[in-house]
Design a protein around this ligand. Structure first.
Ligand code: SF4
Ligand code: SF4
Length: 200
């Protein structure tokens, strides 16, 4: 048993030693370019990056991967004349599945009939409670709510975002999550095409 523990400790120490040596090896390979140019930063944050390094935040930021998740935003599409249409239909699914219950939605109603219409009258997310789990984005049937990459939201005030504060364009979404956006666009186009065929 003690032999087993001894081997584990040695293995752990060898990993630390390897990382320590690699730090200086990578510094030599990138001599003077590892910390102050975009290629050096990209290399350090890639799978090929070795050793230990310090990020000079906020001057320097490591790019986040596509699947990185921070407080969600609402996606809107832009029309030919620049009009913005939120994809949200205020179905309420995201609010139901949100584990800490930090989404608040009020559905719009038709003033003439009083019947609900698929458009949010109010949409709030309490970012101080949101735990960035991404369930709202996973469950939304309309690709209307997506997880953001913007993590610089620290504030001295309570961070409750309304519809205006949460809205970002579909173009922004495509820019931060190109693979996901492309796949979802294709799925929506295929669904629309199948609907058209059925009508004919
Ligand atoms: S964001 Fe999606 S799930 Fe949430 S209310 Fe709007 S359409 Fe429904
Ligand atoms: S990411 Fe999770 S916690 Fe945050 S609003 Fe969505 S479901 Fe709620």
């Amino acid at each position: 048993m003690s032999d087993m523990y001894g081997k584990g400790i040695l293995k752990g120490l060898s990993v630390s030693l390897k990382r320590f040596a690699e730090t200086y090896l990578d510094d030599l390979v990138w001599l003077g370019r590892r910390y102050n140019n975009d290629k050096g930063i990209a290399h350090r944050s890639s799978k090929e990056g070795r050793g230990i390094f310090t990020v000079q935040y906020p001057e320097e930021k490591i790019p986040v991967p596509e699947e990185f998740r921070f407080v969600p935003f609402l996606v809107y599409d832009e029309g030919a004349n620049g009009e913005k249409t939120l994809r949200c239909t205020s179905c309420g699914i995201c609010a139901k599945v949100c584990p800490p219950q930090c989404i608040w939605i009020v559905r719009s109603t038709d003033p003439a009939t009083g019947r609900p219409i698929p458009d949010p009258a109010q949409f709030y997310i309490d970012a101080d409670i949101c735990m960035n789990c991404g369930l709202c984005a996973e469950f939304c049937p309309f690709d209307a709510i997506k997880m953001d990459h913007d993590y610089e939201l620290a504030s001295f005030k309570r961070s409750v975002y309304d519809e205006a504060g949460l809205s970002k364009s579909a173009g922004y979404y495509s820019a931060i999550r190109p693979v996901n956006a492309k796949r979802e666009d294709a799925a929506r186009a295929a669904k629309a095409a199948s609907r058209t065929v059925r009508v004919e």
